[in-house]
Design a protein around this ligand. Sequence first.
Ligand SMILES: NC(=O)c1ccc[n+]([C@@H]2O[C@H](COP(=O)([O-])OP(=O)(O)OC[C@H]3O[C@@H](n4cnc5c(N)ncnc54)[C@H](O)[C@@H]3O)[C@@H](O)[C@H]2O)c1
Ligand SMILES: N[C@H](CO)Cc1c[nH]c[nH+]1
Ligand SMILES: [Zn+2]
Length: 442
Amino acid sequence: MTEVTFHDYSKLGGDEKAALLRRSETDISTFIEKVAPILEAVRTEGDRAVARFGRDLDKADVSEDKIKVTEAEFDAAFKAVSEDVIEAITFGIENIRHFHEEQKPEAMWLKEIKPGAFAGDRFTPIKSVALYVPRGKGSFPSVTMMTSVPAVVAGVPDLAIVTPPAPDGGVDAATLVAARLAGVKTVYKVGGAQAVAAVAYGTETIKPALKIVGPGSPWVVAAKRSLAGIIDTGLPAGPSEAIIFADDTLHGGLAALDLLIEAEHGPDSSAYLVTHSRRVADEALAALPDHWARMTEQRVQFSSMVLSGKCGGIILTSSVEESYDFINAYAPEHLEILSTDPFAHLGHITEAAEILLGPHTPVSIANFCLGPNAVLPTSRWARTFGPLSVTDFVKRSSIGYVTAPAYPEFAKRAHKLAEYEGFSSHAHAVSAVRDTYLPKRG
Ligand SMILES: NC(=O)c1ccc[n+]([C@@H]2O[C@H](COP(=O)([O-])OP(=O)(O)OC[C@H]3O[C@@H](n4cnc5c(N)ncnc54)[C@H](O)[C@@H]3O)[C@@H](O)[C@H]2O)c1
Ligand SMILES: N[C@H](CO)Cc1c[nH]c[nH+]1
Ligand SMILES: [Zn+2]
């Protein structure tokens, strides 16, 4: 019988309240230490280290000549996956593509800042990006869809997926199906810290990339943090987490059902039901055993560890305002607003990476196929980062264009500021010296 952690929020002291904001990844210093030799081995030994870590850490039958997925493996994946799953992947990709096409910025905009002087932005795809698709405590064709589709919409020319191999040396079949349907042709069988190192440094087989995106376990998070000076590591997406916020308008059993969604990812996940309704909290507690009875043994084990531990459970607040305050301080990756009037609450919550409204929008639907991206910042990073998007796959260049008639007005001011800052060359470049070189007007 699992003892679910229960907090009567208004009775907690400051330190206890602060402790509720912690995630398993808040302190990953031990992982940082442990990944260091893995990163160094990949840097110096390349494919040899990749294959060795595949054997040692993934218990996978990988050799140096089998790191890249072949066309035959892609073809076999389509035969191994059922029609229904392929249909669900196709449905998801279509919605995710529609959503992300809306996000795609105009290739360029220019505005006339002053008469005859123009400024704007131009967006071009990043030349190479690696997509991390986890595998271990689950397989993730959905993460393949969520990372591949925006990258393809953005037009990244050189895309590669890195994902841990299974003991048979192969890649999860649905991941390969999703990759091909989304338009990604290159998949490497490498996961964990060694995958991040492989795309940061490059190996004989694996091309180096400018950026890596995608969620992962603390091994992946630690490797990304360690190599952030060598490769762009994008938004920080670690172990999954959710807050289910409920007012007093729905049954607590529904809140319990959805609380278990992200709690079942692994013992390192975080999941809270936050409510000011004692009735909802009691109904949720009472419903959990029934919900657990319908789950697989491994998922019961993971979710009960989360809900009875330091990063999960039920938080009973004394008012709806206190619930809002806690949620904004926590800045969850996923937030569900369980209410018959979710829009009444929406304006009060500013710190959450994904906000799902009402009883028909459970996290599962958004995880797999609604359209918005389910690769999201964890561990309070929702305070500064948003979900993975098309803009993560492009970079922005500013464009400026001053015409001859507009030039004198700008040169005068630039000259003044250059003198003040003490930059003589900057000043000369906009002085009368320049005029002697400029094409004569008229
Ligand atoms: N934030 C998001 O958007 C999002 C989305 C999906 C999943 N997730 C999270 O991603 C994570 C996926 O984790 P996972 O474990 O299933 O897959 P993973 O691919 O992230 O990690 C597995 C890899 O970790 C490495 N590893 C395992 N034990 C190790 C050890 N002792 N030493 C060194 N390396 C070791 C291995 O290389 C293995 O391939 C979960 O925490 C899940 O909650 C997050
Ligand atoms: N919950 C994950 C994002 O935090 C996404 C996912 C994929 N599969 C299951 N869940
Ligand atoms: Zn999930």
